[in-house]
Design a protein around this ligand. Structure first.
Ligand code: PGA
Length: 253
């Protein structure tokens, strides 16, 4: 097990794309002669794309879901279980993305339950945290991040066996899809705080990704910041060319 967190580039496709768009996207990747690198690539499509995506993306990228249920099965309309994902060769899932928190009432407690259920079943997790603009302006960034991370510290983090199984993503809500990017010191400050808080509960070197309007134009600088192991990318992951450009930047670092 390496003591340095793994470099990771993850695409969050949100509610974009249909199955028919996938072959062209991954063919571009296959034809681009990407040098072998230490960077792990992950793609998170909508549920109906997962099966085709897991096939098309392999072995270039691992396919993750955008969410998973806290239940194993039962009367939970609209949810997806870990077993259903694993059957499709899905390797992991996003949990607690700010759009889930903002529009679908996801709380720290429900996100924790989802993460625990995913890990128990053998799915990996990208767990998202981040403050809103109002919280940052009120000087509450540190308190918000600490609260969001606190639920992980009781049993989830101490119980982790492998650093690949749990990835943290810091995404300031005000920087997601807005074109606003947190500046270097804001990113470093948040990542340092997160790294310190994670280290209180686990000795594993966990990857901490930055997310929020990451683009080829700003990623070189961001990827060099301390405690930044990669990125969770929305808009710039939708076109194969820009996602490839991000991949090349992270591979070169
Ligand atoms: P963005 O989205 O790159 O479009 O800002 C990031 C995310 O929501 O994960």
């Amino acid at each position: 097990m390496s003591a340095i967190p793994q470099k990771i580039l993850a695409a969050n496709w949100k509610l974009h794309k249909t199955c028919s768009e996938l072959p062209a996207y991954f063919t571009k990747f296959r034809n681009s002669h990407i040098p072998s690198s230490q960077v792990r690539c992950i793609v998170c499509p909508s549920p109906t794309l997962l099966q085709v995506c897991a096939q098309e993306a392999s072995p270039l990228m691992d396919c993750f879901s955008q969410n998973v249920s806290w239940a194993e099965s039962g009367a939970f309309t609209g949810e997806i279980s870990p077993a259903q994902l694993l059957e499709l060769k899905v390797k992991g899932t996003l949990i607690g993305h700010s759009e889930r928190r903002q529009y679908f009432n996801e709380s720290d407690e429900s996100a924790l339950k989802r993460a625990e259920n995913a890990l128990k079943a053998g799915l990996q997790v990208i767990y998202c945290v981040g403050e809103t603009l109002a919280e940052r302006q009120a000087g509450q960034t540190q308190a918000v991040l600490e609260k969001q991370l606190r639920v992980l510290s009781h049993t989830l983090l101490p119980g982790l066996k492998d650093s690949q199984n749990f990835i943290l993503a810091y995404e300031p809500v005000w920087a997601i899809g807005t074109g606003l990017v947190a500046n270097n010191s804001q990113i470093e400050e948040a990542h340092a705080l997160i790294a310190a808080q994670l280290a209180q509960s686990t000795a594993l070197p966990l990857s901490i990704l930055y997310g929020g309007s990451v683009k080829p134009e700003n990623f070189k600088e961001i990827s060099r910041l301390k405690n930044v192991s990669g990125a969770l990318v929305g808009g710039a992951s939708l076109e194969a060319d820009s996602f490839l450009a991000l991949y090349r930047i992270l591979s070169a670092e």
